[in-house]
Design a protein around this ligand. Structure first.
Ligand code: SF4
Length: 468
């Protein structure tokens, strides 16, 4: 006789909808073609035309940056408690300022009556417009959370140029985005300062920063792969971005270029502007001639975010010669940390939007993020549970970005103290700050599960040792 194992679960976020158990396969695939939600359901956009909606300029001008503007859009669909909750978050807890394009607001509660309860439970709202009652009060931050949790700034070899992996660099061209995500791992640098976080500032003029990047790459022919990011490259004036990319393409040693832009989803109108499309085509043609892999990496966390305009922007990029468009989502409780949510998203990406489901990162250990983060064992379970449904090449890897190490597949840990929620990882290369550290490859590096997900004994241990 077999014994049924108890199923482990993580504590549910507040405002989470109740899951209904189903029989049959754990996940049933059904095709869902993309639909643009009707933006005129919002009182503030009742008279907005399709031409306005599809204009990047209109979207940028009408981004929601504060509570007053959100009220204008939502009217009396949500009640005062919501705005008070939001204000409490912005005053004391938020690590990112508010910036949400209409395109993204329109994907919140897309096909049901918009009420306070529905908005609170909405997965897009949960990470784009966080409210105080979302956050944990027992352990809002992990004791080892930090502003630059991946130490990207420590690994700058020139302003904005992080050299963490031997053959790859991350080039942060600027510190702004067309949208600010509540969980941004670069909260140290990206966006406007908030009452909780005084942001680091880039100090060089853009042209000096770009020159410094190119000089470093010329001097380091072992770097072959450049992730061009920010912030979001959609905020770099196109002429400057094209010039930077063309300079990269002049370097014989650069073989991969990846453009990081959440705006492909958050503001697809940007990537459909004629000057941007024509410029992208020039860059893609040059990349193809030079045999360089030019790809776009975007950041979609939930199937709701995928609309026909997102698919159109993606297809346009592919049509003009971008080799691939891939998704790097972030795993978050209350947003996408269940098997159906992940598979719904992956099928919508792969089957409807033309975007390859590539990675899901565990949410990093930044301050005030514990209500989003999941423990490693839960990420391992999700990786297990999504296998076998998608084509193998489109089955995303769930990864943990371990401080001082880099991405590791979630099953690659070497040891795991489940009681205290500490996993241990190793690495096989030195980052740029360890060139003289002979022991770097022999050490074990720690990553920490959210404390509220630990057994009582583990929670008590952390409370005894770190509750100050
Ligand atoms: S788009 Fe990326 S860089 Fe910008 S706020 Fe969101 S997560 Fe951060």
């Amino acid at each position: 006789m077999t014994q049924t194992q108890p199923v482990e679960t993580i504590p549910q976020p507040r405002h989470a909808p109740v899951a209904v158990p189903t029989a049959g396969q754990p996940y049933e695939y059904r095709r869902h073609p993309l639909v643009e939600p009707d933006w005129t359901r919002f009182p503030g956009w009742r008279h907005v035309t399709r031409d306005q909606w599809e204009s990047a300029q209109w979207q940028r001008v009408n981004c929601v940056k504060n509570i007053k503007q959100l009220r204008t859009v939502l009217g009396d669909l949500v009640d005062e408690t919501f705005y008070a909750d939001l204000e409490a978050d912005q005053k004391a807890l938020a690590t990112m300022s508010m910036l949400v394009p209409p395109q993204m607001i329109n994907t919140m509660v897309p096909f049901a009556p918009l009420t306070t309860e529905a908005l609170l439970a909405d997965p897009i709202r949960r990470y784009m417009i966080p409210v105080a009652s979302d956050r944990r009060t027992d352990w809002p931050s992990h004791p080892y959370a930090s502003r630059d949790s991946l130490h990207e700034h420590d690994m700058w070899v020139a302003e904005g140029l992080t050299h963490r992996y031997p053959t790859k660099v991350l080039a942060e061209l600027l510190s702004t985005c067309p949208q600010y995500c509540g969980h941004c791992t670069r909260m140290d640098l990206v966006g406007n300062s908030t009452p909780a976080v005084d942001k680091l500032k880039l100090t060089l003029k853009p042209v000096e920063r770009y020159d410094a990047h190119i000089s470093y790459l010329k001097a380091h022919p072992g770097v072959r792969d450049v992730v061009v990011s920010g912030g979001d490259v959609a905020n770099v004036p196109w002429r400057n971005l094209e010039s930077y990319l063309m300079r990269l393409l002049e370097l014989e040693t650069v073989r991969d270029i990846r453009l990081a832009t959440k705006a492909l989803m958050g503001l697809p109108q940007h990537w459909l502007q004629p000057d941007v499309v024509q410029g992208l085509e020039r860059v893609a043609r040059t990349a193809a001639r030079r045999g360089v892999n030019l790809a776009i990496h975007t950041h979609v966390n939930h199937a709701q975010s995928l609309t026909p305009l997102v698919a159109k922007a993606t297809q346009t990029a592919l049509d003009v010669g971008v080799r691939d468009v891939r998704n790097q989502g972030v795993l978050m409780r209350g947003v996408n940390a269940t098997t159906p949510e992940l598979l719904d998203l992956c099928f919508a990406l792969q089957g409807e939007a033309g975007i390859l489901p590539y990675y899901f990162y565990m949410c990093d250990m930044i301050p005030n993020a514990e209500h989003w983060r999941v423990p490693v064992w839960h990420a391992q379970q999700l990786q297990h549970d999504i296998m076998g449904y998608l084509p193998g090449y489109a089955t995303p890897r769930i990864v943990c970005d371990v401080p001082f190490v880099g991405k590791r597949w979630v099953h690659m840990l070497t040891d795991y103290d489940r009681d205290r929620g500490i996993s241990y990882w190793t690495k096989n290369y030195r980052t740029s700050i360890e060139s003289t550290d002979v022991e770097a490859l022999d050490k074990r590096y720690a990553y920490y599960d959210p404390i509220d997900t630990l057994p009582d004994t583990g929670q008590q241990w952390w409370a005894a040792h770190h509750n100050d």
